[in-house]
Design a protein around this ligand. Sequence first.
Ligand SMILES: Nc1ncnc2c1ncn2[C@@H]1O[C@H](COP(=O)(O)OP(=O)(O)OP(=O)(O)O)[C@@H](O)[C@H]1O
Length: 393
Amino acid sequence: MLLERPTLPPVKLLCAYVLCFFPPPRPAPPQSSLDARRRRGLIAGAAFGYSQAILFWVFALLFYVGAVLVDDGTVGYKNFFTAMFAVIFGAFGVGQISSDAKDAGEGEQAAAKIFRLTDEPLNIDPLSEEGARPATTDGAVEFKNIFFAYPSRPNMQIYGSDKYPQGFCLDVAAGETVALVGPSGGGKSTCMGLLLRFYEASKGSVTIDGRDVKEVNVKWLRSQIGYVGQEPVLFQGTIRENIAKGDPGASDDRIQEAAKAANAHDFIMEFQEGYDADVGEKSALLSGGQKQRIAIARAILNNPPILLLDEATSALDNESEKVVQEALDQLQAKQKRTTLTVAHRLTTIRNSDKIAVLNGGGVQELGTHDELLALKGLYSTLWNQQTSKLTGE
Ligand SMILES: Nc1ncnc2c1ncn2[C@@H]1O[C@H](COP(=O)(O)OP(=O)(O)OP(=O)(O)O)[C@@H](O)[C@H]1O
C-alpha cells in the first residue's frame, strides 16, 4: 500500500527544515542548579578517569615487569599470563568497588535514617492489647484545651497560641455533623490525627464518650472511626478484597450492598472481572473518583459510629464530586453518626449542625451557617469570596 505524503505549503516546509537544523534555544536552567550540575559532572568525570587510569597503569607495569622476567628466564609465558590475568581481574574488582562507593555511601545514609526511625520509642502502639474496649459507642467526641506541635517541628505550635491561651477546644455531640473550615494550615486535619491517635497532644485531652482516648485500646479506637481522605489508600488486590477490609467477614451480598450505596456498583460491573478486577499497583487502574467510592463502600461496610471526611471530594471533577457526595450523604444517612468534615468548598458543608472556623491555633468562630454569616467574620468573608466566584461577580 502506498502512503500518501503529507503536503505542506512551501513556506511551512522551509520553516520545518530550518527548525530541524536550528532548533530554538531551550531556556537555560537557573545558574545555581547549572553550577551544581557542572560540579557533580566534574567530580563524577574525574572519579571515572582516575579509576580507568589506575587500570591502565597496572597494565603497563605488568607488561614491563613480565617482559623483564620472561627475558631473563625467571618465569615462562604461561605463568606470566596466569599471574597477569589474576592481577587484571583483581584490579578490575578494585575499580568496580570505587565506582560503587557513592551508592554504598548513599545506602549507608538511608540505612541510618531507617534505623533512626525504627529506634524511635513507640508511644502509641497500634498492636497493643492494652486499654479499655467499651461494648458500645455513642460517638461523642471532645477536644479539651489541646496544645500540640508535630514532633518533627516542635517550634511550630499548631494548637494553642497567644491568641488562644486555652488551646483548641471543640465539642461534638453524638450523632452531630461538624464541619471544620478555615485557611490552609489552620489545623483542620491535625485534630483528626489526634482523634485517631497518630499523635499525642502535649497538653489537654481528646475524649470519646467522655473517656480519654489514651485509656482505650488503639485498635478498638480506630475500629470505631471511618476515615475517607483526599487520597484514599487502596491495597493491592481485587475490588472485593478492598471493600471487605471494612468488615473482613462480610458476605458477597453485603459487599455489593455497600458498593451500591457508595455509587460504585455500576462502574465495578463495567469491568470484565467485576468485583474480582484488580485495582493495580498503587491502585493505578482506577480513577480518583472510583478509588474514593471504593473507600466509601469500605466505610459503609464498616458502619462506624464516627466518620471523618477529610476533603473527600476536593480532588474530583464536578461530575465525580456529585456522585461521591451522594455516596457520602448515603453513608451519613444510613445511620445518624458523628461526623467531622474538613472542606474547602463551603457549599458542601453549609447544612452541617455546626461549623468551626479554625485559624491561628484555635477555633475562631463556631455556629451554624446562618449564625456565622450573621457574625460577618472570617466564615462570612470566605463564603462571600467563594459564592461570588461561583456566580462570576
Ligand atoms: N506530619 C506533619 N509534620 C509536621 N508538620 C505537619 C505535619 N502535618 C501537617 N503539618 C503542618 O501542620 C499545620 C497544620 O496542618 P493541617 O493539615 O492540620 O492543616 P489544614 O488546616 O488541614 O490545612 P489544609 O487546609 O491545607 O489541608 C500545617 O502548617 C502543616 O504544614
